[in-house]
Ligand binder design. Structure first.
Ligand code: C5P
Length: 242
């Protein structure tokens, strides 16, 4: 897969944040008319594992396996080797230089995405980490590690997408969680660095990871539809500009 050939059906990566395969399969069947890319994270993978990943792939969809590996390099390399031959498209690894290099060594038939700084972390958490860098600087630094290590993409907030694009160039993917459709920004949200689908794509995101705005919607199909329209509008405006 390359950045020029992503179809509209693949632009939204739906986060299957559910406790088991039954609810996951229901959601896939409900949304697969308009979404062809699904994210399996820790909760679901621990419950349903590779059989569910395969089930999704056999229906012709892509899978982002979001286990966010974070361990000593050799352990991450060996864990990444375990994901070869599973037909996944993306796997995630935390964005520290030595860990990313190890992940890229282990991954042969899928793309490694570097998680820069979780979108649930804001200024307060940055202070707790004693980082002298601003959020944008820290995200950009980790994006540079990702590029140097040979990762195929990064996960960051859409708020940092422009800065990240400057660092990683035109070939790598930008995947952005923390997406909230216009009018759906809630005060009690655990995501801190959020953006609308339109603005995220305009600023350089290739894929939007979305969970709750769709799963909690009274009419998920309608929500997906309106997000797709926002994405299509942003893409056509970008195309007209180039
Ligand atoms: O749209 P919603 O907030 O429900 O999506 C949350 C999903 O995005 C979760 O599955 C979470 O693991 C994932 N995610 C994130 N921040 C990252 C990477 C992934 O929130 N940096």
């Amino acid at each position: 897969m390359d950045r020029q050939s992503i179809s509209l059906d693949e632009r939204i990566i739906f986060a299957l944040d559910v406790p088991g395969q039954e609810s996951a399969k229901d959601l896939v069947k409900r949304l697969e008319g308009e979404i062809r890319f699904f994210k399996v994270g820790l909760q679901l993978f621990l419950a349903a594992g590779f059989p569910l990943v395969e089930w999704i792939e056999e229906r012709g969809h892509r899978v982002m396996l979001d286990l966010k590996f974070y361990d000593i390099p050799r352990t991450v390399e060996l864990a990444c080797e375990q994901l070869n031959g599973k037909n996944i498209t993306f796997a995630t690894v935390h964005g520290h230089r030595s860990i990313l290099e190890a992940a890229v060594k282990g991954a042969r038939d899928y793309s490694v995405l570097a998680v820069t700084v979780l979108t649930s972390l804001g200024k307060d958490e940055l202070r707790e980490m004693d980082s002298p860098l601003s959020m944008e600087e820290l995200v950009s630094k980790r994006a540079e590690f990702a590029r140097a290590a040979g990762c195929q993409g990064v996960v960051c907030s859409a708020l940092e997408a422009r800065a990240v694009r400057r660092v990683i160039g035109d070939d790598m993917f930008i995947v952005t969680p923390g997406i909230r459709p216009s009018g759906l920004f809630g005060a009690d949200d655990d995501q801190k660095r959020i953006q609308t689908p339109y603005k995220a794509i305009k600023d350089g995101a290739d894929f939007l990871v979305m969970g709750r705005p769709i799963s909690m919607s009274k009419r998920p199909e309608e929500t997906v539809n309106s997000v797709r329209k926002e994405v299509a509008r942003a893409l056509s405006e970008k195309k007209a500009k180039n």
